[in-house]
Design a protein around this ligand. Structure first.
Ligand SMILES: [Zn+2]
Length: 308
């Protein structure tokens, strides 16, 4: 376990928000903790808040090399079943993205943590020249099998030339980064002048997070960076971006999946009857729009040449 300073301001002083629920020398329930559809709710590192700037993060926590190894070896067949819901969610994400970044017109977009390539596919269909990078070999294999340009690696390992992209997207990725600031430095370098970064993440400052406290389902071992709109804005500005704005975003989830998550978060006595009812009504594949107000999308712009 390592103790780490604040990634936003560098301070060492922090206060505990929630104590660790992991066993002292190891993981909670084991292997599934790093799946995209991980059921390991309630298993998390100690969560602290920086006393100087208010940034919230997991501290202390495990070795980043081990974490990366876990992501590289992730296999998550359940995610394939949720593909339709993700597709619909991503199509919805594109509208505000186009308002900020302009129409695609074959411009270049990079999706970081592209997983099986669902957003890359949606963006290409909308007219972007989109590609992705992703550490999981299994996920890259699925993307490539679907004919999508997703490369295995991370921002630091894949050597893109500077100023390669018009838009870089990070959907549900930044909360997993050991060093978000270093990753955003890469993003800044890879964007063309005038380029836009789009970050979708969990909102530590949301009313939902505050009301649920230690029971907020996004407190899980694989989440280590808990931004609010204010701290993400501060981080983007520190890296050099102009802050464009942010908004909350709902998702489309399969009812069958939703019931499973309810069981995982609140216990099977709540979720199981729901799962049974949905199965009996054969509604498991239905899509439900869900907005719990604790996810948001933020936009930053790299100054165009000649701008101040
Ligand atoms: Zn700080």
């Amino acid at each position: 376990m390592r103790f780490i300073p604040c990634n936003l301001c560098g301070a060492d002083e922090c206060r505990e928000l929630y104590p660790s629920t992991l066993s002292p020398n190891g993981r909670g329930k084991g292997g599934s903790a790093f799946l995209c559809t991980s059921p390991d709710y309630g298993q998390h590192y100690r969560v602290v808040q920086c006393l100087r700037c208010g940034y919230v993060y997991a501290n202390p926590r495990g070795d980043p090399a081990e974490v990366m190894q876990a992501y590289e070896s992730v296999e998550d067949p359940l995610y394939l079943r949720e593909r339709a819901g993700r597709e619909r969610t991503f199509r919805k994400h594109l509208k505000p993205l186009h308002r900020v970044a302009g129409e695609p017109n074959g411009r270049k977009l990079l999706d970081v943590g592209a997983y099986i390539g669902v957003f890359v596919e949606v963006a290409r269909a909308a007219g972007w020249d989109a590609e992705g990078i992703e550490p999981s070999g299994w996920a890259v294999g699925e993307a490539v099998r679907a004919g999508l340009p997703v490369r295995r690696g991370t921002l630091s390992s894949v050597g893109f030339p500077s100023e390669s992209f018009d838009v870089i997207t990070l959907w549900d990725v930044i909360e997993h980064f050991d060093d978000p600031r270093a990753e955003l430095d890469h993003v800044f370098r890879l964007l063309k002048p005038g380029g836009v970064v789009v970050i979708h993440t969990i909102d530590m400052g949301s009313l939902t997070a505050k009301l649920m406290g230690a029971r907020w389902p996004f407190l899980m071992e694989m989440h280590i960076a808990f931004f609010s709109r204010a701290t993400l804005r501060a981080m983007l500005e520190r890296v050099g971006f102009q802050y464009v704005g942010d908004h909350t975003e709902g998702r489309y989830l399969r009812l069958g999946y939703l019931a499973g998550r309810v069981s995982a978060a609140f216990g099977s006595w709540v979720g199981r009857p729901l799962e049974r009812a949905i199965a009996a009504l054969k509604m498991g594949e239905w899509m439900a729009p869900v907005n719990t107000l604790d996810l948001f999308t933020a936009y930053g712009r790299k100054a165009a040449r000649g701008d101040q």
